[in-house]
Design a protein around this ligand. Structure first.
Ligand SMILES: C[S@@+](CC[C@H](N)C(=O)[O-])C[C@H]1O[C@@H](n2cnc3c(N)ncnc32)[C@H](O)[C@@H]1O
Length: 351
C-alpha cells in the first residue's frame, strides 16, 4: 500500500458508494424492503463476501473454524468487548453502535439542535438514527457530511425513502475542514464512524472547527484507534513505513501469493498458507482473549496507512482545557477483527 492521500481515498470510495446505492435501491424497489432493512441487507452481503477470500478461509482453518471450501462460512472472527470472538458471519454490530449513540442523545436531548456525521458515506447511520429517534419531543435536524460525490449523491437519492426529511447533505473534507455551512452557535452532537481512520494524521483544525461552530457540543468517535493507547505500538507505527510488510516479502513469494489469490477466486483452491497477511498473528488459543487485538490492529493500520493520532490529539486538546473526554471504550467491537472500533466521547468546555 502506498501512502494514503485524500484523492486516493476518494477514488477508492467513489465506485463503492455508487454500487451501494444501486444495490440498496434494488432491495427497496424489487424486494419491498424499507430503507433501514435494505441498508442492513447490503451490509450483510458485503460481510459475507469479505469472509469468503483466501486470507479469511486460511485464517478460519488456523483458528479451528473449519469451513466447507464450497460454501460461504457461516461463522466469522470478530472482536467483542476487547476480545477476539467467533460470531455469525453477518454480525454487523450496527445495533450496538446505535445504542451507544441513542443513549447519549437521550441523555442530552434537550441540548441538541443538530446531529452531524463527518465522513458519512451514503448516510446509513444518519438514516438509522433518524428512524430510532422518531417521534421526538424536540425537533432535531441532521447533517450528513461526506467527501465523495457519489456518497453525497447516494444520500440525497436515498432521502426519498426515509421518514425523516430534515437531513441535509453537505461536502466535507477532513484535510481542509470547513463547517461554515452549519448554523452558528447552536447545540450539536457530532459523530464519526470509521472515517477519521482514512486520515493518517488528523489536523487539530478539524476539532477547532467543531468547537468554533458550536455553542455546546458533544462528540463521539467510533474509529479503529484502540492501539493508540499503547506507547510501544505508537512507536512501532512511527518507526515502520506503510506497506513495509508487503515490500519485505521475497519477490517469488509475492508472485505466488498473487497466483494463489487468483486460483482461489476462480476455483476456490488454495495451495499456500496465507493467514499471516501484514504480519498479523493469530491462532486458536487467542480466541476469547484480548492480548493480540491491539497489536494486530496496529499492523493492519500500518499496512493501510490509517489514522495514527486521534487519541493523542484529543488528549492534547483536553490538557489545553478545551474539551473533556467523557468515556473511552477501547476495541469495543469489530465486524472486521483486525480493524476493531474504539469509541471515545467528549464534550466542549465553555470558559
Ligand atoms: C469506511 S467509510 C465510512 C463511511 C460511513 N461513516 C459509514 O460508516 O458508512 C469511510 C468514509 O470516509 C470518507 N473519507 C475519506 N477521506 C475523507 C476526507 N478527506 N474527508 C472526509 N471524508 C473522507 C470516505 O469517502 C468514506 O465515505
Amino acid at each position: 500500500m502506498q501512502e494514503r492521500t485524500a484523492l486516493g481515498s476518494k477514488s477508492r470510495y467513489e465506485d463503492r458508494w455508487t454500487e451501494a446505492f444501486e444495490k440498496i435501491e434494488n432491495e427497496i424497489v424489487q424486494n419491498k424492503k424499507n430503507l433501514t432493512e435494505a441498508i442492513e441487507t447490503y451490509q450483510k452481503d458485503k460481510l459475507r463476501q469479505s469472509a469468503d477470500n483466501v486470507f479469511s478461509r486460511n485464517l478460519y482453518k488456523e483458528i479451528g473454524l473449519v469451513s466447507n471450501p464450497n460454501q460461504t462460512p457461516s461463522k466469522r472472527l470478530v472482536v467483542k468487548n476487547g476480545n477476539y470472538a467467533i460470531a455469525s458471519v453477518d454480525t454487523t454490530f450496527n445495533g450496538d453502535f446505535l445504542n451507544v449513540l441513542v443513549k447519549i442523545i437521550n441523555e442530552k436531548r434537550e441540548q441538541i439542535d443538530y446531529i452531524v456525521e463527518l465522513g458519512s458515506g451514503i448516510g446509513r447511520h444518519i438514516f438509522a438514527l433518524a428512524d430510532r429517534l422518531i417521534p421526538s419531543q424536540k425537533q432535531i435536524e441532521y447533517f450528513s457530511c461526506e467527501y465523495t460525490d457519489s456518497g453525497q449523491e447516494a444520500c440525497k437519492k436515498l432521502l426519498k425513502y426515509s421518514n425523516e426529511q430534515k437531513i441535509h447533505v453537505e461536502y466535507f473534507d477532513y484535510m481542509n475542514p470547513d463547517l461554515s455551512f452549519l448554523p452558528k452557535k447552536k447545540n450539536y452532537l457530532f459523530f464519526t464512524f470509521h472515517s477519521i481512520e482514512q486520515i493518517p494524521e488528523l489536523k487539530r483544525a478539524v476539532i477547532d472547527e467543531i468547537l468554533k461552530i458550536s455553542d455546546n457540543c458533544v462528540c463521539l468517535h467510533a474509529e479503529p484507534v484502540g492501539w493508540q493507547y499503547n506507547k510501544d505500538l505508537i512507536k512501532y507505527r512511527e518507526e515502520t513505513q506503510a506497506g513495509a510488510w508487503k515490500q519485505n516479502q521475497p519477490f517469488p513469494k509475492q508472485k505466488l501469493s498473487k497466483l494463489n489469490r487468483r486460483l482461489f477466486k476462480r476455483y476456490g483452491l488454495s495451495f499456500m498458507k496465507m493467514s499471516h497477511r501484514y504480519g498479523i498473528e493469530l491462532d486458536k488459543t487467542d480466541i476469547d482473549k484480548p492480548d493480540k487485538v491491539s497489536e494486530n490492529a496496529a499492523k493492519q493500520s500500518l499496512e493501510r496507512d490509517y489514522n495514527t493520532n486521534l487519541i493523542p490529539l484529543l488528549k492534547t486538546i483536553e490538557s489545553d482545557g478545551l474539551i473533556k473526554i467523557d468515556s473511552e471504550m477501547a476495541n469495543i467491537y469489530g465486524k472486521k477483527p483486525f480493524n476493531p472500533t474504539t469509541i471515545i466521547t467528549w464534550h466542549k468546555l465553555n470558559s
